[in-house]
Design a protein around this ligand. Structure first.
Ligand code: MRU
Length: 337
């Protein structure tokens, strides 16, 4: 198995990141030092994945504290980073944590360190749910480059593979930006895990005919009732999994749970430019002037989620009780440091 790529790295005078838009064809390392560069990296998905944008945003704000001396200008810059994408709550959570700290860089480093140990715990809990020779379907990308740690849903699968369980993964390509085809397949291959790429529209027939044992996905925001925002297409996979009696798991750290909202109806859904739909890989496929609707996420009702895999273990229904309970647990990752 290859070593995981470093998604994000603190350099002292800049935040280094791997440009995820160029993978798998090129390992392009870039630096962000200004608020424009930090915000653009997040908005363009050069840095993406809910926990990863949290870690990157945390370092970004710590960096801006040292370069933007005027307090009002600094707060405005921090706000731009915080609001660069609206759905993944990890970004707001991480920026708020850094802003509340005395030593902002130390706090950003702590968030990054914690993410690594949280991911290890999620992977260990999730690997227990994966049996020998399991056939698994996943959507979008939830590996090391999506978290700046070991990954969430993909981390569980990679841990099962390391334990010798030989999982096989059906990877949804994840239109429109192809995080599955470009990133998940690549990360599984690097980790030595067997994978088969499918178009998103094939997920239902794969669940119907290919003896899939379980689905595991990540999340961008989870409400108190278990409603889960994740990459658009996840909801359809959850419906098909429920129809075929296949367990549907969501792997996510506590920082992805938004304890301030009761249900998924309160989750803001990012809408992205139409040209991501009318084009594919930079080539226009729809006719000139074609209209498109491009929600980046959808919300899977909590009742379709078999369980959440978290750093506190497996969280099962009724979510109205088990999810809010997570808010009161001690910070395991900080205790492990
Ligand atoms: O738009 P993206 O690529 O940032 O969307 C990412 C996802 O939807 C992931 O599934 C989610 O952030 C979990 S990452 C561990």
């Amino acid at each position: 198995m290859n070593e995981a790529l470093d998604a994000v790295r603190w350099l002292g005078d800049a935040v280094e990141y791997i440009d995820q838009r160029r993978l798998p064809h090129e390992d392009l390392i870039r630096r962000a030092a200004t608020v424009d560069e930090i915000e653009t990296a997040i908005k363009t998905l050069a840095v993406r994945g809910a926990p990863c944008i949290g870690v990157f945003g945390a370092y970004g704000v710590a960096l801006l504290r040292s370069s933007v001396t005027d307090d009002d200008a600094f707060r405005a810059a921090a706000l731009r980073v915080r609001n660069a994408r609206p759905t993944a709550v990890n970004l707001m959570w991480a920026v708020d944590r850094v802003l509340a700290a005395q030593d902002m860089l130390a706090e950003a480093r702590a968030i990054h360190d914690e993410q690594r140990s949280i991911d290890d715990r999620i992977a260990a809990a999730g690997a227990e749910l994966i049996s020998r020779d399991a056939r698994i379907l996943t959507h979008c990308n939830t590996g090391p480059i999506a978290t700046a740690g070991g990954g969430t849903a993909l981390g569980c699968i990679i841990a099962a593979a390391k334990a010798g369980k030989r999982p096989h993964v059906f990877v949804d390509e994840t239109r429109p930006l192809l995080q599955g085809a470009r990133l998940t397949y690549y990360e599984l291959e690097r980790a030595g895990v067997d994978a088969t790429l499918i178009v998103d529209g094939a997920a239902a027939i794969v669940l119907q005919r290919k003896n899939v044992d379980l689905v595991i996905v990540g999340a961008d925001r989870i409400a108190r009732n278990g409603d889960t925002a994740n990459k658009v297409g996840t909801y359809g996979v959850a419906i098909a999994a429920a129809h075929h009696g296949i367990p549907f798991y969501v792997a996510a750290p506590r920082s992805t749970f938004d304890f301030s909202i009761q249900s998924g109806a309160e989750i803001p859904i990012e809408e992205r430019p139409a040209d991501e739909v009318t084009s594919c890989g930079g080539t226009r496929v729809a006719q000139e002037g074609a209209r498109a609707y491009n929600p980046a996420f959808d919300v899977t009702p909590g009742r379709l989620v078999t369980a959440f895999i978290t750093e506190y273990g497996v969280v099962r229904p009724p979510y109205q009780e088990s999810v809010p309970d997570l808010a009161y647990r001690p910070n395991l990752a900080a205790m492990a440091r």
